[in-house]
Design a protein around this ligand. Sequence first.
Ligand SMILES: [Zn+2]
Length: 473
Amino acid sequence: MRTIKSLLITVSLLSGLSSASAAENPLSKSDLGAANSLRERALSDTTPWQLVESLTTEVGARPAGSAGDKAAIQWALREMKRLGFSNVRSMEVTVPHWIRGEAECAVLAPWPLNIPTLVLGGSVGTDPAGIEAEAVMVKDIAALAALPAGSVKDKIVYFSNRMDRTRDGSGYGRGVVVRAQGPSAAAALGARAVVIRSVGTSSNRFPHTGALRYQANIPRIAGFAISNPDADALERQFASGKPVRLRLRSSARELPPELSANVIGEIPGTDRANEIVILGAHLDSWDPGVGAIDDGAGVAIMMGAAKLIGGLDTKPRRTIRVVLFANEEFGTSGSRTYTTAAQAESVRHVLGFEADFGAGPVWRLSSRVNPAQLPVIDQIYRSLAPLKLQRGGNAATGGADLDGLARAGMAILSPDLDGTKYFDVHHTANDTLAQVEPAALQQAVAAYAVSAWLGAQYSGEWQAVTEVKPPRR
Ligand SMILES: [Zn+2]
């Protein structure tokens, strides 16, 4: 009697202990062991480097709708098959086809100066003869709005706002408002064109492009960017107090839309195969460089991480799906097409990763998960300990391409890429393979591979998340 009773107590104690430890350790010992081996393999795997080298060499620049865009789709299909991914396919996406053309910017007075320039993505061109007008300098849109009525009529508006260098990209989020909204804000007041100080941190003469957003019902005027040192030079001319006259010319134009594609490949899951862990990066790039850090590196990180997971002896429980999105840069067309298609699929997107912030290293692990899943994130974080990451908060935004899925409640796990130097290169002619550091890329792949693998193995449910913050653009 006594023995049976004590046995029963022991059994109930044991079962109580084991369920408590399942809640604290939602990942099995063997899954954690596989995570260690993934991490070690990633740190010596050269596949991601070879991918970004091949993409930037054999395809190069790949702005939406261009021949490079189409070549990138073929490249991605070929490489995903070569790496052994399953269900490799393309998903048609209609994209805008904007042509940059040639651009000129020159100071005519008080002292002549030719300035290297890029028009902002989506800008209209000028008359073939160009524009000559007096320029008015303002810091930002609020300063423009505060000018006396008529101050910028028939003039060129120069925005002097300087972006801050930050590790998490927050300086870009604040700085990019002028690029996106400045042209329409100035046009609404009668300006003829806009020039901005590049939304970048470089001290070289490469100007920084990126999309502007015209407002409906406001005349479209051309937008130009100049580098930080040239912006400094222009501001010295303004500081003289003499009228500053600029000459601007651009042959940018929009052609009819083109077909592009999202490229998709999978490491199929087993008992939870209809739950998707999505690894997103974008295949398109801006045109002045070859899109090595934006976003060839992200493409390589995601393909490299999935390849390593596919090479494990144990197959993942949930399906790992790599999606290389079309046209992130000029309107996120691929993301919008994918999000709509995802709603009609019989699978469920439960956890998302995006790599669109350079070539590493990863410095922090952030998330945006249902609070019930925070213990899983803690355990994933412990598996990443040798990579020496900081533990971030639970307010990650993912990125632009996963925004639609995140808004629908998908959890986000974010190995945060270090953005300290990212905006020295991003969207400039200097975005080349020389900016990718092999060891940093491998460390990033290790962080993504371990997190994605453990996310796919989690024994509980990735619950839906509410309260989504808008992503950084
Ligand atoms: Zn990007």
